[in-house]
Every structure is written in C-alpha cells, then in structure tokens.
Design a protein around this ligand. Sequence first.
Ligand SMILES: Cc1cc2nc3c(=O)[nH]c(=O)nc-3n(C[C@H](O)[C@H](O)[C@H](O)COP(=O)(O)O)c2cc1C
Length: 177
Amino acid sequence: MQVAGTPLKVLIVYYSSAGHTRTIAEQLAKTAQADLEELRAVGEPPGTGARHYFWALRRLLLSQKPVLLPVQHDASAYDLIMLGSPVWLGTFSPALRSYIRTAPLAHRHVALFCSYRNAPGSAFKHVSRMLRASIILENTLSFLDPVAAGTGIIAIRAQRWVHELEISLSGQAANRL
Ligand SMILES: Cc1cc2nc3c(=O)[nH]c(=O)nc-3n(C[C@H](O)[C@H](O)[C@H](O)COP(=O)(O)O)c2cc1C
C-alpha cells in the first residue's frame, strides 16, 4: 500500500476457525504487501468439529476472554493494522477481542474486515467501541461465505478495499497539511 507515494507498513491480524477469514486475510496480504498474524487461543481444540464449536460457544456465551498464544509482530511498528474475524453471534470472535484488549493499538490506524454466513449484524459497531483509542477507518470489508465466492472474487474485493483505504488515508494526510 502507498499513500502519497510513500509505502505503508501494514499488518493483518486475524482469527479464523474454518479458513474463510484466512482466505480474505491472505489475499489482502498479497494486495497490500502486508505481514500476516494469525491468532490462536491457548487450549483451543484443533479443527472445526463439535469440540471446537462448543469451546467457541462457551467463550461467547460466558463472555470469556481467551488467552492468546504469543504473537509474532509488534503492532506499534505498523502504519495500518487490519483486523479480521468471523462473525460469531453478531460480533468478532473472542480471540480477536482478546487481541484488541491487549495489543498496542492506541492512536494507530485500524481497518476492519469480517466473514459471515447469515448477516454481519453490528459486529463492526461493537468492535469499534472497543477501539475508541484507535483511528478507525470508515471503510470496512464484510464478506459472505468467501470460500464459496472463490479466489477471483476475493481478489477483486480485496483490491477494491485496499484502494479505498489508500484514498481514505491520502485524504487524512492531505487534511493534516
Ligand atoms: C460459534 C459460531 C457463531 C456464529 N455466529 C454467526 C452470526 O452471528 N452471524 C453470521 O452471519 N454467521 C455466524 N457464524 C458463521 C461464521 O461467521 C462464518 O461461517 C464465517 O465465515 C467463518 O469464518 P472462519 O472460517 O474464518 O472461521 C457463526 C459460526 C460459529 C462457529
């Protein structure tokens, strides 16, 4: 990604249980030349079977905050952090919310994306409330069943979204001059 001819350092932090959000994150990483950070929780059952489903449901219903395995990238070293998650019960996954609570995201530019099966609901609104100290970009990317849509469509939407973010960041840079 570039703003006014200057390359931006972009980090994509995401959680994905069944791989849908991962397909978007990987395409965004190619398009934006970004680093990727996949979140996993301590004690999270592998795969997407019944054990994993009930593990996820328990954390959602009890509003539990899973402890994350150590991350590899320091968000404070990046100009823009993209945060992506599946929509779970109308909000972002507990792992992503754990990350938001602990990562150095204050005063940093943040952009949000999600994958979903029925409706994204107010997931972005809910997460934005947790990110009050960050500079949240208005353009979001919500993707209905990206695996079914296919890599061609994911690539087109990823390119379009990254372009929109570049325009938005260029506008903010121009306003500061
Ligand atoms: C526990 C759980 C809760 C979910 N809640 C919602 C929901 O509220 N709205 C929705 O549209 N999809 C919901 N889904 C579907 C996922 O958002 C969708 O399948 C998503 O693309 C999965 O992404 P992933 O493969 O990256 O994990 C839910 C899935 C699970 C496992």
